[in-house]
Design a protein around this ligand. Structure first.
Ligand SMILES: Cc1ncc(COP(=O)(O)O)c(C=O)c1O
Length: 384
């Protein structure tokens, strides 16, 4: 049998054998007591993963982009002014979604490889009348993580609804929905939860639910959360056939996260990111993202002079590891390495060895074995 390649793109991420095993089970009826119990458990587990006691979760067939669209349609009305806080690529997508529905959105864009600062956000809120702020937590193109806790505090101060796109963060980086006063978190299955793509995942706070109910009619059918609400309250109800196998797999992803413990899981993501970045720097590689904006879920790395994108990624894949190229303007200049989900220590070490081997084969000068040694040193540290 051909050996699987280690998938280290920034999502989808490697799928744990427990999840793979569940995906091989036959499909069962979406209204069977067995599935209804599983769906209920997934909804409860999702709330635990984002530290919410009162929030209303939605698990709907789709992807992160559908989650973005659902959130826009169910929170923003034509009289609202929205500020999109962008750390790169996906903020622009959010703005495009607003524009597609004829809604007004301004965009505040960070410097490349950085995040918008809390002061910059505060300045915008002080001089405008925004009712909704939407921010990407981690931008998957630039590897920059935004200080969403500080954003949430500022939004609370200004009475502004605060929405987080956690597609590249939720389940790997802390997002305390209730404690931090986040109104809506949207995400997807295929990143930090390590489940194959196929789900749009959203949690609405009570305040966001009230707002949706006040909006009454919206221009959506499948994307109208009020049509889904009875199903999320009682999964034996029918609105549109839920994707049985994927929801079962997602629940297993949530179980894995909760068994590990969310605090421990965040710490593992932090330590893995630190070990990988230390190894990359030991190899003499430069990171695109500026410290302190480094995300714990992916690294964006400049190619050294003389190393071509296709050659590098092609040979690395032959050596067993798949990473992604740059997005947008960064195409050909950087590679993006995901390090989120259920990635093990041995998978990280295998990837680093493959990176060293690939760079050396392409004529790049490095001391083989030094980077992996450096990563081990970081893995051996006790971190908070
Ligand atoms: C931050 C962010 N938001 C939204 C999306 C869109 O998600 P999807 O590709 O699942 O539609 C992505 C995808 O990578 C993302 O990283």
């Amino acid at each position: 049998m051909k050996r699987e390649k280690l998938l280290l793109i920034p999502g989808p991420t490697p799928v744990h054998p427990r999840i793979i095993n569940l995906l091989s089970l036959p499909t069962i009826s979406h209204v069977s007591p067995e599935f209804v119990a599983e769906f209920k458990e997934a909804l409860t587990n999702l709330k635990k993963a984002v530290f919410t006691t009162e929030g209303q979760p939605f698990i709907i067939a789709g992807t992160g982009t559908l989650a973005m669209e659902i959130v826009v349609l169910n929170t923003v009305s034509s009289e609202n002014r929205v500020l999109v806080v962008s750390q790169g690529y996906f903020g622009q997508r959010m703005k495009d979604i607003l524009t597609s529905f004829g809604l007004q959105g301004d965009l505040i864009q960070s410097k490349p490889g950085e995040a918008v600062t809390p002061d910059e956000l505060e300045e915008k809120l002080a001089s405008n009348n925004y009712t909704v702020v939407i921010s990407t937590h981690v931008d998957t193109a630039t590897g920059a993580a935004a200080p969403i806790r500080s954003y949430a505090e500022i939004c609370q101060e200004y009475g502004t609804m605060f929405i987080v796109d956690g597609v590249c963060a939720t389940g790997g980086l802390e997002e305390r929905m209730d404690d931090w006063h986040i109104d809506v978190i949207l995400t997807a299955a295929q990143k930090c939860f390590g489940v194959p793509p196929g789900l749009a995942i959203i949690v609405f706070s009570p305040r966001a639910m009230i707002k949706r109910k006040k909006m009454a009619k919206i221009h959506a059918y499948y994307s109208d959360i009020l049509r889904w609400l009875p199903v999320m309250k009682d999964p034996s109800q029918y609105f549109s056939t839920p994707c049985v196998n994927e929801i079962r797999a997602f629940n297993e992803g949530l179980r894995l996260a909760l068994e590990e413990g969310m605090e421990k899981r965040f710490r593992r993501h932090r330590q893995t990111a630190q070990a990988i970045r230390a190894a990359l720097q030991e190899m003499g590689l430069k990171l695109f993202t500026r410290e302190p904006y480094w995300a714990d879920t992916l690294s964006v790395v400049f190619y050294p002079p003389g190393i071509r994108d296709e050659d590098f990624r092609g040979l690395l894949a032959q050596n067993g590891v798949v990473v992604a190229g740059g997005l947008g303007e960064m195409k050909g200049k950087v590679f993006r390495m995901g390090h989120m989900g259920n990635l093990s220590h041995s998978q990280v070490m295998f990837a680093l060895e493959a990176l060293e081997k690939t760079l050396a084969a392409l004529g790049y000068k490095l001391n083989k074995g030094q980077a992996t040694k450096r990563a081990e040193e970081v893995f051996n540290l006790k971190i908070n």
